[in-house]
Design a protein around this ligand. Structure first.
Ligand code: URA
Length: 226
């Protein structure tokens, strides 16, 4: 991703952004061998950036998926024993992307790339999220239709696409990431969600066993960044 060169230099810890701007204004910064001017952009993943003779290295970007088990909290607090942070590599400065309730299982991404996290969670990018749902009682055709046409919740209007596997087991795909959104959507129609698991975000399907994680493939990262 292209960013202003002074920002890249400052983020790499070479100097402050202000000092980086001065280096650029003094003609001391080169991108792929060419002296740049203030305001020029570069991509740390692709371009060679030199301040004087020092090469600027970007932090290694890390992206992974976890299959979150039930009972684990999505929290950065070191005081919580059953935190998802204890299920992923500790040496990377990664954070969970978005949230899942303590009793929800399934797909959760982690990254140290703020742009990636924003792409997944910001409503502007409309990333589809699919959940497997078990309800406390059989769902009626009318309620499926209502949810597919859209339901008014206290914080907005929400539509879901539903696939029914059995009258109490179904799959719902939504674009929203608000707190308790799936549970609230069904509760509004008079159903209690007994089990909830996220199975897909955008084009990426959960494919690791419960409690396990893996790095995302470059192709998946590229698709999610679109
Ligand atoms: N919707 C919910 O109600 N809970 C989750 O954990 C995720 C989506």
């Amino acid at each position: 991703m292209e960013e202003r060169v002074q920002k890249i230099i400052a983020n790499a810890g070479h100097c402050s952004r202000r000092a980086a701007e001065e280096f650029i204004a003094q003609g001391k910064v080169r991108v792929n061998g060419r002296v740049i001017k203030l305001g020029d952009k570069a991509d740390i993943a692709k371009d060679e950036i030199l301040v004087g003779t020092t090469r600027i290295e970007g932090a290694r970007r890390v992206y992974l998926m976890l299959n979150k088990p039930r009972g684990y909290e999505v929290s950065m607090s070191p005081l919580i024993r059953k935190s998802v942070m204890n299920l992923v590599p500790q040496d990377e400065r990664i954070v969970p992307v978005g949230r899942l309730d303590k009793n929800t299982t399934g797909l959760l991404f982690f990254t140290n790339d703020g742009d990636f996290a924003n792409r997944i969670t910001h409503p502007r990018y409309e990333k589809e999220k699919t959940y497997a749902v078990v309800l406390d009682r059989k769902i009626s055709k009318e309620d499926i239709k209502k949810i597919e046409e859209g339901v008014h919740l206290k914080d907005g209007f929400l539509k879901g696409k539903i696939k029914v596997y059995s009258p109490t087991n179904l799959e719902i795909t939504i674009h929203e990431g608000k707190k308790w959104i799936v549970k609230r959507l069904f509760f509004k129609q008079g159903y209690y969600v007994k089990e909830l698991s996220r199975t897909r975000i955008g084009p990426v399907k959960l494919d690791v066993k419960i409690g396990k994680w893996r790095y995302l493939h470059q192709r998946e990262i590229d698709q999610l960044m679109r």
